[in-house]
Design a protein around this ligand. Sequence first.
Ligand code: SF4
Length: 422
Amino acid sequence: MEQINEKSNYCLNCKTKPCSMKGCPLGNYIPQFIEQIKQGNYQKAYEVLSETTVLQGICGRICPHQKQCQGSCVRGIKGESVSIGELEAFVFDYMIEERDSLLNCYAQEIKKHENNKKVAVIGGGPAGLTASAFLARRGVKVTIYEKYSYLGGLLVHGIPEFRLPKEIVEKTISKILQLGIEVKYKQQLGKDIFIKDLERQYDAIFLSIGANQSIKMGIEGEKLDGVLGGNELLEYKLHPNYKGKTVAIVGGGNVAMDCARTIKRLGAKEVKVIYRRAREQMPAEDKEVEEAMQEGIKFLFQNNIVKILGKTKVEKIELIKTQLVQKESEARLVPVNIEGSNYSIEVDNVVMALGSEVEPYVKELGLKISRWGNIEINDKYQTSNPKIYAGGDLAGIKSTVAWAAHSGREAARNISEKINTN
Ligand code: SF4
């Protein structure tokens, strides 16, 4: 507790609130909740946070804080920024035992807006859970349709336990469901439930089924045995036996880091991350990269994979070195292959962790698809069907939990206005 007091007292309570206004995707009232911690009023701190988020314990742990709130903190200009993530997680953990804490925060509003409107939320990941909570707060009857027998989506199967304990996800979900949300499990869109039926039953639909298929590079050898998709590995956990094996991970984001660290823990002899830009350009959070390095994972920066070699299964990969150049049309440095710098290394598995795309059946839903292959939405998160809204990765929202939650919250606000919950 002493440490928490020290950390909260370090906050300057800046008038301009850059941590909140510039840094936080959810616009959390950061100095305000920290002020409450300073006064030892942890319940009030939780209430302040719950104004804008229902994922306090999760975002407090896994957000890329240095790129978001803490990266904009005034204290960080000359030294260490305020430990905003740690303080947010502390507030949630403190309130974890208060069974109805979130319900108590929203109870008056639920009563005030009481109505007979019904919304179906398809997919119970961060966007769907947040949308459900903020719709319920407006008195809407929410039903979540979830394809698995559990809620949480990538919070459960996409983020390893060492980064986000399952207990925190479970407690978060339980607080959200206490708002009176109904859940129907093992319901897959296009198989068990259909848009046409849901349209008849509900006043609006919010789609948040993610984009869970790993992107392929289209290089030679990608179909060989031993080439794995990063997203599928984390989601279905169909890991081969890595004992004594060398595994190459292609990509520089958090999925690449999670795969590398998980595979190392599963006994791989060597794990090498191949990234075509430099460390400073990696989308993964610095802390994740640092920890991966400490765990013995090797990084081949400014290296690009050219082909995968082997008869029926992966035996080697051919790499080429890159140099980074500034092109007028591009905001960030572009990696360009250095001709003649090709070399190959022996590996047993290749994990493609370059990003993800929507599953093929999404294109059959009858909704307009954007040129990036996601469901197209307008600035109100509305799809080409005015009764259907979408958020999270499915709608091409920046793939972080906080941005997914932001899309769920804002979609809920727009849905409430459209269906007139007063
Ligand atoms: Fe506190 Fe940093 Fe936000 Fe200023 S910018 S209010 S010091 S957390």
